[in-house]
Design a protein around this ligand. Structure first.
Ligand code: GLA
Length: 380
């Protein structure tokens, strides 16, 4: 009943509901790595150690990627007292957590409010407090809580997430709470009120341009629900998994950064090409995503396959993405009047990492097929 009341109050407040989650846990969108997109059920303890090693040695950690997240398929059986144990792929969870912590990284884990997870492993239904305490005892820092087979009403879903939120709180350990459910109710309207630091807004991403753009460009309209401590999550990154070309991956990371989306890499960090690493660690682009103002960007022009998106930044500058969704290169223009600027502005190209000079009233550029030109503008 209480959850329902909070949800109603959130809706009355225009959906902007931040009272329930711990804002200090994710003041900017979480950055890290998750096992699912590349390894799926093949993940094991050795994989996690190797990814943690690579996160540090590659320079990804220095660029801000701090979470190593184990997704579904780690779960084993419960003992006679109901405590969950990892399966044979993860023999020593506490040892693994300690190892990841020793690298200066955080460890995330996965469960479900249902009896079974999406991949059919043991969920937390009826064991919420016990599981939260187990995670806390292991030293876990992040929980992705995923309800695939939900047949519940939005109120029942909210109650289930609230139950785990309360269980996590009771442990006293700060644990980022990542909600994952899609298709039942508009989670962005109530994700914050049930303690979510982030919540999935879409089905699963696939490593191809159609899937990525359907999800990314489909986020328009959710921007008022995101902010420091509570983020829309359009799913994890596919950068480096091989299904898209360089321009398409640039579109992927540009769009996710404009969206202030969590940046959870989904590739094999031990096998990165120089292009993938350079891209994932581009400080100019990551700074857009991590801007402390925490505004989610939105489209200002949508004409056929041409989209211009903007994101206001804390220092008063504006980030603009010129996205060309067509199969041909084309010249695109961002009029300053469309992005709330007038007069003269300096322009920096964030992928070229180059100042382009000053421009009057508009900025134009050739944009490759399926590509993007990403710039930061500041009036002078
Ligand atoms: C769902 C989620 C994925 C992944 C799998 C694991 O499909 O959306 O991100 O966690 O479950 O089974």
């Amino acid at each position: 009943m209480k959850t329902r009341l909070i949800a109603v109050l959130c809706l009355l407040a225009g959906g902007f509901c931040v009272q329930a989650q711990d804002k200090t846990l994710a003041p900017t969108p979480p950055m890290g790595w998750n096992s699912w997109n590349h390894f799926a059920e093949k993940v094991n303890g050795r994989t996690i150690r190797a990814q943690a090693d690579a996160m540090v040695s590659s320079g990804m950690k220095d660029a801000g990627y701090l979470y190593i997240n184990i997704d579904d398929t780690w779960e084993g059986k419960r003992d006679e007292k109901g405590f969950i144990h990892p399966n044979e792929k993860f023999r020593d969870m506490k040892g693994l957590v300690d190892y990841v912590h020793s690298k200066g990284l955080n460890l995330g884990i996965y469960s479900s409010p249902a009896a079974k997870t999406c991949a059919g492993y043991e969920g937390s239904l009826g064991h919420e407090e016990q599981d939260a305490q187990t995670y806390a005892d292991w030293g876990i820092d992040y929980l992705k809580y995923d309800w695939c087979q939900s047949t519940g009403t939005p109120e029942q879903m909210q109650a289930a997430y609230t139950k785990m939120r309360d269980a996590l709180k009771k442990t006293g350990r700060p644990i980022v709470f990542s909600l994952c459910q899609y298709g039942w109710g508009n989670v962005w309207e109530w994700g914050g009120s049930v303690g979510g630091n982030l919540w999935r807004t879409t089905g699963d991403i696939e490593d191809n341009y159609d899937s990525m753009t359907r999800i990314g460009f489909g986020q328009s309209g959710h921007e008022k629900y995101a902010g420091p401590g509570h983020w829309n999550d359009p799913d994890m990154l596919e950068v480096g998994n091989g299904g898209m070309n360089e321009d398409e991956y640039r579109t992927h990371l540009s769009l996710w950064s404009i969206l202030a989306a969590p940046l959870i890499a989904g590739n094999d960090l031990t096998q990165m090409t120089p292009f993938t690493l350079d891209m994932l660690t581009n400080r100019d682009v990551l700074a857009i995503d991590q801007d402390p103002l925490g505004k989610q960007g939105y489209p200002v022009v949508q004409e056929g396959p041409f989209e211009v998106w903007m994101k206001p930044m804390q220092d008063g500058s504006i980030v603009v993405g010129l996205f060309n969704r067509s199969k041909e290169q084309d010249r695109m223009t961002a009029k300053f009047s469309h992005i709330g600027l007038s007069g003269r502005a300096s322009v920096r190209d964030l992928w070229l990492r180059k100042d382009l000079g000053t421009f009057d009233e508009s900025f134009s550029a050739y944009v490759p097929a399926h590509g993007v030109v990403l710039v930061r503008l500041k009036t002078i």
